[in-house]
Design a protein around this ligand. Sequence first.
Ligand code: ADP
Length: 263
Amino acid sequence: MLTMGVDIGSTACKCVILENGTNIAAKAVVPLGTGTKGVSEVVEIALKLANVQRSELALVYVTGYGRFNFPEADGQRSELSCHAKGMKFLVPDVRTIIDIGGQDVKVLSLAPNGQMTNFIMNDKCAAGTGRFLDVMAGILDKKTSELGDIDAKAKEVASISSTCTVFAESEVISKLSANVPLPDLVAGIHASVAKRVAGLVFRAGVVQKVAMSGGVALNKGVVRALAKEIHSEIIILDDCQIIGALGAALYAYQEIMKQKNKE
Ligand code: ADP
């Protein structure tokens, strides 16, 4: 029995096809956000990878910022519930989830049974988010996916004092023209993201185990800087960006089982 979870984010669309509520049969990420053709593309890619037709899916659930723009779905769940559900499935003893996406940062606290007990979100500001990193990568004429490796070569961490994306942008440009080495500058950008996110993590409380979801978890530089800032190991899974979609697919499976039990 197959269920599908779709996570329509601000920056990327993610899709998971789950088999019998246990196996990930296919997963896909398309770096296009809500309001784009990213949704139809990511669904098509996942169906192809799993080698199934849409009609073979028992239930499709959608989550994420753009979830109200996907009427084809059978149901929807909030991002917070889906991240908690997906992470608990992959890391059963997780208690703190740090989700850094394209547009916001969320910190979730879970009880040992996986129930969400608290969450903290950043304000309506790009600082500390994927958007901040994407803008900085653009200024440095690099891809966001290259930043982690560049950071690994840093000898010092450049100080970026502005937390506002607009001011940090001019600070980075002036440091570039002052010949601050690129790796040091990138490490400074990551340290500023880490400081910002750590503030939210401390408000929620650092309870082990700590794991990260969202696309920014793919940036090893941010993960290193954040682990240092919160004095904790952070679990990073290869599937960090599809956790929300996985959670939606798990909710869809749960719903099918509920209906079956009623019959
Ligand atoms: P949303 O759900 O808001 O669309 P995601 O959780 O998908 O956001 O994360 C998108 C962000 O992840 C991008 O803004 C980018 O900064 C970051 N990202 C995506 N892929 C990579 C990568 N390969 N390496 C580093 N960062 C990445």
